[in-house]
Ligand binder design. Structure first.
Ligand SMILES: NC(=O)c1ccc[n+]([C@@H]2O[C@H](COP(=O)([O-])OP(=O)(O)OC[C@H]3O[C@@H](n4cnc5c(N)ncnc54)[C@H](OP(=O)(O)O)[C@@H]3O)[C@@H](O)[C@H]2O)c1
Length: 268
């Protein structure tokens, strides 16, 4: 087997694994944050666990695609692949560093959950980094602006969805942070209440919905099988989690708005 055949096999394995994980999550739930009470010896500080597991993704991608740290090019020399790497880094600098440091508190996480996220991020970073660095079609290695002009619709729609998804994700994450900020001082950590505002009026997990839109945009932009596989994985992770969080809200808060769905407005 050559490396490309191994790469393709890993990609297919990752797709299969994502579907199996979705099935498993529907059975066992998504046991971190509000969905668990675990406080045993294997509980890792919530913020530390989050930073460690999420940093793996940009590091894995960068180790295969070392451009941004290693070379300063003239603006006109950047390729479209370079641009996609930048978007990946923008997302993960926020997700792995800014987001957890801004959070008033995070529940401790079971070591096993953290390690499975590390393994996932390593595989995902490898597949996306290797595809961008090695297996992307030659036209993606063309100069950014040339590619953008040739594929204007793909680039505009992909970028719009990526930016709108990321902005929506941050906006709704902020609403959750503000709840914690207001109530933490009164009663300590992990106080939950019913979020209000934005798409929380229609779904329990708009931050997840926006994350799905964001990575859909990235997949459209790149057309990469690795990015589409990542998107599938995001859906397989976040839809079951949203389902359980939604059920938990309904069971926890007697006055929980009845018209709210879990993740897709008016539908699911
Ligand atoms: N790409 C992916 O596959 C993927 C996977 C997972 C997460 N993510 C993203 O990572 C971010 C965090 O995900 P998550 O699963 O941790 O989300 P989450 O369960 O909704 O929790 C987010 C944060 O808000 C707090 N929180 C949740 N509900 C609250 C409420 N009703 N009142 C007050 N505080 C509340 C949580 O505190 P506690 O920690 O104390 O519960 C946690 O710190 C999201 O933006 C998500 O889209 C992406």
């Amino acid at each position: 087997m050559n490396e490309k055949e191994i790469f393709d096999a890993m990609l297919q394995g990752f797709q299969l694994l994502s579907l199996m994980v979705a099935g498993a999550l529907m059975v066992v739930g998504s046991p971190y944050g509000s969905q668990t009470q675990y406080q045993g010896m294997l509980a890792v500080d919530g913020k530390l666990a989050w930073i460690l597991m999420e940093l793996v993704s940009p590091l894995a991608l960068l180790s295969l695609y070392a451009w941004p740290l290693l070379s300063i090019k003239h603006f006109a020399e950047y390729t479209f692949s370079d641009f996609l790497v930048c978007l990946w880094l923008v997302h993960y600098v926020h997700r792995a560093v800014i987001y957890p440091l801004r959070q008033p508190s995070r529940k401790p996480m079971h070591l096993g959950i953290m390690l499975s996220a590390v393994a996932f991020n390593m595989l995902n970073g490898y597949l996306n980094g290797r595809w961008l660095a090695q297996y992307a079609p030659e036209e993606l290695q063309a100069k950014s602006m040339e590619f953008a002009w040739l594929h204007l619709n793909q680039v505009l729609w992909g970028l719009l969805l990526f930016v709108a998804g990321m902005a929506g994700n941050i906006y709704h994450d902020n609403i959750l942070m503000n709840i914690r900020l207001c109530r933490k001082t009164k009663r300590g950590h992990s106080i939950y209440s019913v979020p209000q505002g934005g798409l929380f009026q229609v779904v329990s997990c708009p931050h997840f919905l926006c994350e799905i839109v964001e990575w859909f945009g990235f997949a459209v932009l790149s057309g990469s099988p690795a990015a589409w596989t990542f998107w599938l994985n995001v859906v397989c992770n976040l839809v079951p989690r949203a389902y359980f969080i939604h059920k938990w809200y309904q069971a926890t808060f007697a006055d929980y708005p009845q018209n709210r769905k879990a993740i897709v407005p008016y539908l699911l």
